[in-house]
Design a binder for this molecule. Structure first.
Ligand SMILES: Nc1c(NC[C@H](O)[C@H](O)[C@H](O)CO)[nH]c(=O)[nH]c1=O
Ligand SMILES: CC(=O)[C@@H](O)COP(=O)(O)O
Length: 162
């Protein structure tokens, strides 16, 4: 498995842009918040490590991953961010609801990246088990939140330079 052989928290600051000039919005789902809190911390720690100012990082809570779409859409319309990160943890249950939530969020965030002018970084875990989520939010596979923070800086720089 791709993540199985990858440390999601590994990055080389020397090969990355400085985030000092950029403003970041983070929308965090409260479902499985023991997972999403760790993802959020990973993202914020990476942003600050890459030079972002704490006052330029704004976090907003929504109930579940499906509401990440509306939350990010509203932040895009405000227009005062250089990149957004949406953070969620979807864990499969007994029914097909998992599939619909995952597909819905994926399509919704994809649509925002196409229709809006701000990069929206997809940090939504879609796991079959809670252990998979724990492993990817500060566990043995690192932290996808860290990966999202790094990606947000790269895309903010991309947006500035096009
Ligand atoms: N089961 C999970 C959900 N379900 C809730 C939806 O995201 C949404 O809030 C609801 O359908 C109302 O619109 N959300 C997660 O983030 N993670 C889950 O495991
Ligand atoms: C992703 C979900 O909404 C899911 O966790 C809900 O669980 P269930 O399918 O057992 O109702």
């Amino acid at each position: 498995m791709a993540t199985e052989n990858k440390n999601l928290s590994a990055y080389d600051k020397n090969n990355l842009p400085n985030a000092e000039a950029y403003r970041f919005g983070i929308v965090v789902s409260q479902w499985n918040n023991h997972i999403t809190h760790n993802l959020q911390k990973g993202a914020i720690d990476a942003l600050i490590d890459l030079g972002a100012k704490e006052e330029n990082i704004s976090s907003f809570k929504v109930p579940g991953s499906f509401e990440l779409i509306y939350g990010a859409s509203q932040l895009c319309k405000k227009g005062n961010f250089d990149a957004l990160i949406v953070i969620g943890s979807v864990i499969r249950g007994e029914t097909a609801h998992f599939d619909y939530v995952c597909q819905g969020v994926t399509q919704g965030i994809k649509d925002l990246n196409v229709q809006q002018d701000i990069p929206v970084i997809f940090c939504v875990l879609t796991d079959d088990t809670e252990q998979q989520s724990l492993d990817r939010s500060g566990g043995k596979h690192g932290n996808k939140g860290t990966e999202a923070g790094v990606t947000a800086v790269i895309m903010a720089e991309f947006k500035k330079n096009i």
